[in-house]
Design a protein. Structure first.
Length: 474
């Protein structure tokens, strides 16, 4: 029996067993002047006032503080599945290549443009470029205005790119959104306003061609930290307008977001610096179902089974979120960082079962923490996936590619990034080594192009991580 058939058979058996056991502010004008942002008053969440067609966006009522997240009822956790060791050598799948150099080492985000091209946007200046194969040429694109930091940038299924929200240079959240179209140098078109101005929101494509955006921060005064949001909106690429949809259970800032194989969208985690410590927003996800227009909460990540330092971690880095068939998800490189008397990282990986909505730990914990007097906390895993990038194959038994991550004792010219890559089999819980990347990298953005290849944009690596790295399936 072929390996793919064995994976499919094993997956069907697992699904059968699980099923039998469960019941289930306006944008800048051409001159760059921002208008006032819309407000996220909870009392108007279900039917927010739509901005006037003239483009002026008057503020709504002042934002209301959400109730403390700690008052939410506890959620169930999942028993980790058993990890199976890799039994046989695995073939190398795909090739890596360096395919261009970014003009800047600043924060650049990318999105697929058309069948195989890429739009790159510099958040600090809003400068834009298009990347086009096979020449790998970077060509300047029109600029949409002054800097726009922390926008939501999403490739539409029709080949265009949507840019929504973000902070203006003064630190006020935009309600404006734009669509970029390629061809003849490319062009921007101003489209409908968000009902709630937001920066640090996350967005994902929906199967019908639209986009769901959720969370972020409403900020109308740069002297104040702003209000975390639980609200969500839908973009219609035909009407170029936004509509309000159901809110999430938790306020989430910069959550991870991925479109799952069952056409739903999973949002996970939140920026810990903008989230109440100990909140379930840091340990749970929420799945948006476009057929019902509602969110459903997942369980919490399970507690660690290894002995941890007797000190609260300094921060949490959510990792990389990947959808796997037939609607499950993997969370790779979820990291708690310790600083102070105890210094180091604890890195874990998780699997979400879409039937039970519970998380289970899929691999041994990477633990490398040093305490007072040289006291060491060391875990069983040897691969440090802190900052690793991950993406999935297609269809039943699809394998997950994991690239980069962190290492210690590194050459200063490489920083702490690594060139290592692996393939993870979500059916048999097995890791398989693959060919390394041309350049060390971690914390890069993974952009999936319509031709099936993947580009790594930005992140942390030698030379400011300006080299674009492309992975093509073999």
């Amino acid at each position: 029996m072929a390996a793919s058939n064995r994976r499919l058979l094993a997956l069907l058996v697992v699904v059968s067993l699980v099923g039998s056991c469960s019941s289930a502010a306006e944008a800048p004008t051409a001159s760059g002047d921002p208008a006032a942002p819309a407000s996220p008053s909870p009392s108007t969440r279900a039917a927010e006032t739509k901005p006037a067609s003239s483009g002026a966006s008057a503020p709504l009522s002042s934002p209301t503080t959400e109730p403390p997240l700690e008052t939410e009822p506890p959620l169930e956790t999942e028993t980790p599945p058993e990890v199976q060791p890799s039994a046989t050598p695995f073939p190398t799948l795909g090739t890596w290549s360096a395919v261009g150099t970014l003009p800047t080492a600043g924060r650049v985000v990318g999105a697929p443009l058309g069948a195989a091209s890429l739009l790159l946007l510099d958040e600090s200046t809003s400068a834009a470029w298009t990347w086009t194969p096979p020449s790998h040429a970077l060509s300047p694109a029109p600029v949409i205005g002054p800097g726009r930091t922390m926008p939501a940038v999403t490739g539409l299924l029709d080949g265009r790119v949507l840019v929504a929200g973000g902070y203006n240079p003064e630190g006020v959240a935009y309600s404006s959104s734009y669509v970029f179209s390629g061809g003849s140098g490319g062009s921007w078109a101003k489209v409908g306003l968000l009902h709630v101005a937001r920066a640090g929101a996350s967005a994902a494509a929906l199967p019908g061609g639209g986009v769901v955006i959720a969370g972020g921060i409403y900020a109308d005064d740069p002297k104040l930290p702003g209000t975390p949001l639980d609200s969500a909106e839908l973009f219609n690429p035909s009407t170029l307008e936004w509509t309000v949809t159901a809110a999430m259970r938790f306020q989430r800032v910069a959550p991870l977001a991925v479109t799952l194989d069952n056409n739903r969208v999973l949002f996970f985690g939140s920026d810990p610096s903008r989230t109440i410590p100990g909140s379930d927003a840091l340990l749970t996800g929420e799945i948006y179902d476009p057929s019902t227009g509602s969110f459903a909460a997942t369980g919490r990540l399970p507690a660690s089974s290894v002995v941890l330092p007797p000190q609260a971690p300094s921060r949490v880095v959510p990792g990389s979120l990947v959808g796997v068939w037939p609607g499950n998800a993997l969370l790779i490189g979820y990291t708690t960082v310790y600083e102070g008397a105890y210094s180091g990282v604890v890195v874990r990986n998780f699997f979400l079962d879409h039937l039970t909505m519970r998380w289970g730990e899929i691999d041994s914990t990477y633990l490398d923490v040093v305490g007072p007097g040289g006291q060491k906390f060391v875990g069983p895993a040897t691969r440090n996936l802190y900052g690793a990038m991950a993406w999935a194959g297609l269809g039943p038994g699809g394998l997950v590619r994991v690239a980069g991550g962190s290492r210690t004792g590194a050459d200063p010219t490489d920083g702490y990034a690594t060139r290592e890559t692996s393939m993870y089999d979500p059916v048999f819980y097995q890791w398989h080594d693959q060919v390394p990347m041309p350049e060390a990298r971690r914390f890069a953005q993974v952009v999936a192009l319509q031709d099936g290849s993947m580009l790594l944009v930005g992140g942390d690596g030698p030379g400011g991580a300006r080299t674009l790295l492309r992975f093509a399936r073999g």
